[in-house]
Design a binder for this molecule. Structure first.
Ligand SMILES: CCCCCCCC/C=C\CCCCCCCC(=O)NCC(=O)O
Length: 572
C-alpha cells in the first residue's frame, strides 16, 4: 500500500515539476512577444499622432464638437471632408487612449481610405453612401484584414486576419472608415478589460474602476469621447455592461440580425447562448441611424451569408405612434442591484409613463435556474476550451479567480457544492452549473427552449412590447471585481439565453443619497453582496444606464423605447 502511495506522490510531483517548468518556458517566450507588441503599439501611436497633427486644430475642434448626426450630415454635404473626420478622431482617440489605455492598434490606412473617398466625392456621378466618411472604432476581436484578433491571448499576436468579416465589408461599403481597434479582457468571457498583451483599460470617469467588458475598450473610448461610434460583441452583456459603466448607449441585437460568416467568437460551438455584435455610441440616435442604414441594406449580408435572414429595418415599428406596453422590474430575484440602478429604472418608468406608455410590473421567472442554465450552456465543456487556451498563455491576474474556478474538476465542484450550500447557497448554485455529461447538457438545452416559451408566453399574456430593467447589479467596480462576481451578469445574460434584442441607455449617475441607501439598506447576506456593496461605496458620480429588451426581430421597438428615455432626459 505504502509503495503505491509513494509511487502516486512521485508521479504527481514529476507531473507538477514538468507542468511548471513547461509553463515557465511558455511564459518567458510570450513575455518577449507581448513586449514587442506593446512597443509596436507605441510606434503606431506616434505615427497616428503625426497624421492627426496635419489637421488645423481649429478645424479639429469644430469637427470634434459635432455629434453623429451632425457629422454624418456635414460629410454628406461636403462641408467636412473624410480626411478631417478621420484625423479629428485619430486625435481624440489618442487623448482618450492616453487616459484609459483603450486602443490596441490604430488603423493607419484609414487616412488613405479617407483621401480616396474625398477624391471619389469630387466626381459628379459619385453617390455618397449613407455613412460616408464616418470614423468607426472596432472591438479587437472583429476580423479586419491585416489586423490581429488576439482576444487578449499573447499566443495569437502577429496572426492577422486574412479577410474582412462580412460585417466589416458591409460597414466599409456604407462609407464607414474603421480607424482603430480596442481592448478586451483575455478570453472575452469577463466584464472587466485587462489582458497580458495590452494591459488594463480604465474607466474614463475613474481610473481605479473598470470600463466593463468585454467590449471595454469601446466603452472607454466612446465614453472618453475618442470615438463617435464603435462595434462590440455580446455573449452575456459585453456590449451592454460597458455602456452602463461608461455612460454610453448600445444594443445587442438578436443573433440572426447580422451575418456571422467570417466573424470570430470567444467560445465557438455554444448553440443556445446567442451572441451578436452590436453598435455602441455616445447616444441612442447614433445607434438608430447606424442600424437604420445597415439593416436597410441587409441584403448585402444575407447575400453573402445565407444564415442571415434578409430582415430589413422596420421603420413603422420604430416610428409607430401606438403607445407601448412595457413590463418592468427592479430586482430579478437572483441579485438585488444597488440603489442607483433601481432608481434609474423607476425614473425611466416615469419618463415612459409621462410619454403616455403603459408600464406594469413584470417578474422574470426562476432566475436562479436561468443562471445555472446560462453557465452550463456558455461553458458547455466545463470551461475546457478556454482553459486549454489560457494554460498556453500568460494568465491575466484580474481573471485569476475565475480561471481557478474552471480548474476545479466538475465532479469536485459538485461534491463541494453540498457543504458550500449551507453557508453560501448562491455560490453552490454556480458550483452545480458546469456540465457533468451530455445527458445533462441535452436537458439544459431543452430547459432553455422551455424557458424561452414560458417567457414570451408571459409577455404575450400581458401584451407587452418591451421589458425595462436594470443593466447590471452595480456601477463600474474596481478592475478585479468582475471575476469575483461572475454571478453579477444575470440582468444581461438572461437576454442572450432568450436571444432577445437588448440595449442600454444612460439615465443618471450615482448620487449621495444612493450611497446612503446602499450603506444602510443594501444586503450583506453573502460574499457576493458584500463585495458589490464594498465596490459601490465611493462610486458617486459614476454613470448608470437602464436596459430595454424585446423578443427577436423587434430591435426597433427596443431602440424606440431607449430613444424616448433619452429624449426625456436630455431633451435632444
Ligand atoms: C464554481 C463556479 C463555476 C462557474 C464558473 C464560471 C466561470 C465564468 C464563466 C463565464 C463568465 C461569463 C461572463 C460573461 C461576461 C460577458 C461576456 C461577453 O459577453 N463576451 C462577449 C463575447 O464573448 O463576444
Amino acid at each position: 500500500m505504502l509503495f503505491y502511495v509513494v509511487l502516486l506522490l512521485l508521479g504527481a510531483g514529476a507531473y507538477y515539476y514538468h507542468f511548471t517548468a513547461n509553463r515557465k518556458k511558455i511564459i518567458e517566450r510570450l513575455e518577449v512577444v507581448a513586449q514587442r507588441r506593446r512597443d509596436d503599439l507605441a510606434k503606431n501611436v506616434v505615427e497616428t499622432r503625426r497624421i492627426a497633427d496635419k489637421l488645423d486644430p481649429k478645424r479639429r475642434d469644430y469637427v470634434g464638437g459635432l455629434d453623429f448626426i451632425q457629422l454624418q450630415n456635414e460629410l454628406q454635404k461636403g462641408t467636412v471632408t473624410c480626411v478631417e473626420a478621420v484625423r479629428t478622431y485619430f486625435h481624440k482617440a489618442i487623448l482618450a487612449h492616453e487616459k484609459t489605455n483603450a486602443v490596441t492598434c490604430f488603423i493607419l490606412e484609414a487616412d488613405q481610405q479617407a483621401e480616396e473617398l474625398d477624391e471619389k466625392a469630387k466626381q459628379a456621378s459619385y453617390v455618397k453612401p449613407p455613412m460616408f466618411g464616418v470614423p468607426l472604432s472596432l472591438k479587437e476581436c472583429l476580423k479586419v484584414k491585416g489586423y490581429d484578433t488576439t482576444r487578449g491571448f499573447v499566443q495569437d499576436a502577429y496572426r492577422p486576419a486574412t479577410e474582412d468579416s462580412i460585417q466589416i465589408e458591409h460597414y466599409k461599403k456604407l462609407g464607414l472608415i474603421p480607424f482603430c481597434q480596442t481592448n478586451v479582457p483575455q478570453s472575452l468571457l469577463s466584464y472587466n478589460c485587462s489582458n497580458p498583451l495590452f494591459g488594463t483599460t480604465t474607466n474614463p470617469f475613474d481610473s481605479t474602476r473598470t470600463c466593463g467588458g468585454s467590449s471595454g475598450g469601446e466603452g472607454a473610448l466612446i465614453g472618453g469621447r475618442g470615438s463617435i461610434i464603435g462595434i462590440g460583441t455580446d455573449v452575456g452583456g459585453s456590449v451592454r455592461i460597458p455602456c452602463h459603466f461608461t455612460g454610453t448607449a448600445g444594443i445587442k441585437p438578436s443573433k440572426m440580425r447580422f451575418a456571422h460568416r467570417g466573424g470570430g467568437a470567444s467560445v465557438p460551438g455554444k448553440p443556445m447562448i446567442d451572441a451578436n455584435d452590436g453598435p455602441m455610441a455616445q447616444d441612442v440616435r447614433a445607434n438608430v441611424e447606424f442600424l437604420r442604414n445597415v439593416w436597410g441594406d441587409i441584403d448585402f449580408q444575407s447575400d453573402r451569408d445565407p444564415y442571415c435572414p434578409p430582415v430589413h429595418w422596420n421603420e413603422s415599428l420604430y416610428s409607430s405612434e401606438k403607445k407601448l406596453r412595457v413590463g418592468y422590474y427592479i430586482d430579478d430575484g437572483w441579485f438585488t442591484p444597488t440603489p442607483a440602478l433601481q432608481r434609474a429604472v423607476l425614473e425611466s418608468k416615469k419618463h415612459l409613463e409621462n410619454a403616455g406608455h403603459t408600464v406594469i410590473p413584470f417578474y422574470p421567472p426562476r432566475l436562479t435556474k436561468v443562471m445555472q442554465l446560462y453557465f452550463r450552456a456558455v461553458c458547455l465543456d466545463g470551461g475546457q476550451y478556454v482553459l486549454n487556451k489560457l494554460l498556453k498563455d500568460i494568465i491575466e491576474p484580474t481573471i485569476r479567480f475565475q480561471v481557478t474556478l474552471w480548474m476545479v474538476p466538475t465532479w469536485v465542484q459538485r461534491i463541494l457544492s453540498y457543504p458550500v450550500s449551507l453557508v453560501f447557497p448562491r455560490m453552490a448554485v454556480l458550483m452545480q452549473s458546469l456540465t457533468r455529461d451530455t445527458f445533462e447538457l441535452r436537458e439544459a438545452y431543452a430547459d432553455i427552449e422551455a424557458y424561452r416559451e414560458e417567457y414570451v408566453g408571459m409577455m404575450m399574456k400581458d401584451n407587452l412590447d418591451v421589458i425595462l430593467c436594470p443593466a447590471s447589479v452595480m456601477p463600474a467596480p474596481q478592475h478585479d471585481i468582475p471575476s469575483k462576481v461572475v454571478s453579477g451578469v444575470s440582468y444581461t445574460c438572461l437576454y442572450n439565453l432568450l436571444d432577445f434584442g437588448a440595449g442600454v441607455v444612460p439615465v443618471t449617475t450615482v448620487s449621495k443619497s444612493d450611497e446612503e441607501k446602499l450603506i444602510n439598506e443594501y444586503p450583506e447576506t453573502d460574499k457576493w453582496y458584500q463585495t458589490v456593496k464594498k465596490a459601490t461605496i465611493g462610486a458617486i458620480g459614476m454613470p448608470i444606464g437602464v436596459q430595454v429588451a424585446a423578443p427577436p426581430f423587434r430591435e426597433e421597438a427596443v431602440l424606440r423605447t431607449m430613444r424616448e428615455i433619452e429624449l426625456a432626459i436630455t431633451g435632444k
